[in-house]
Design a binder for this molecule. Structure first.
Ligand SMILES: [Fe+2]
Ligand SMILES: [Fe+2]
Length: 214
């Protein structure tokens, strides 16, 4: 039987691939690396959610979907505003700042905000939309499913970078905000995450996606 999680996952991949159809080539941004980062984030987010679920059954199975789509706003910029996205990358290189800061400075908006807007247009569940919008500003409490998802994906984003699984385009590694892990109330913190298993799952996932051609 196909579960809700699998349906969400399949839909997320399809919509993200669809939005990438007209992706431009921009120097300094490799979309294959981007995809690896996104898939790794989804797999790590799911692993973290599994641990949260042990203590809190209300955690939704949406972590995988949110993880895969958390940076989809970057793909949108790449596909539809390539020159401006190029400016973002140049600003980031010049100022050694995060992509989020570079976007805000050069575009007056950022990929998290754009990603939330896209997710809402795709009619994804509200908690996924909000969590995409908040993935760079997790809350120190998890009052809602959306806040919990945002924290999970925020942590997964940083772990994917620590494990060197692809790249979301950042030159500066994302740091886990203080309190983000504590708010999830995971008994062993991140100790339960198994890097080898995560790496294997990422490779398996990539091997069935048609992402090799540009
Ligand atoms: Fe991001
Ligand atoms: Fe990311």
């Amino acid at each position: 039987m196909i579960g809700l999680e699998q349906v969400h996952s399949a839909v997320s991949v399809v919509v993200a691939l669809e939005s990438m159809r007209n992706v431009s080539q921009v120097r300094g941004f490799r979309w294959q690396d981007f995809w690896k980062h996104s898939i790794a984030c989804g797999i790590i987010a799911r692993a973290i959610a599994d641990q949260v679920r042990l203590k809190d059954r209300s955690v939704t199975p949406a972590a995988f979907t949110t993880g895969i789509l958390h940076d989809v706003g970057k793909l949108f910029l790449l596909a539809h505003f390539a020159p401006q996205f190029s400016d973002v990358l140049a600003y980031m290189a010049e100022h050694s700042c995060s992509m989020l800061e570079a976007e805000q400075e050069t575009l007056g908006t950022n990929h998290a905000f754009i990603g939330q807007y896209l997710a809402e247009r795709w009619a994804l569940p509200a908690e996924i939309c909000v969590a995409i919008g908040k993935h760079h500003k997790p809350l120190s409490s998890c009052a809602s499913d959306a806040d919990r998802l945002a924290n999970i994906v925020h942590v997964a984003d940083a772990v994917a970078q620590m494990l060197n699984l692809g790249s979301g385009g950042n030159r500066v590694a994302s740091q886990i905000r203080p309190g983000a892990i504590e708010a999830l109330k995971i008994e062993d913190g991140l100790a339960g995450l198994q890097a080898d298993s995560i790496r294997r799952q990422v490779q398996e996932f990539l091997s069935v996606l048609p992402l090799q051609s540009s």
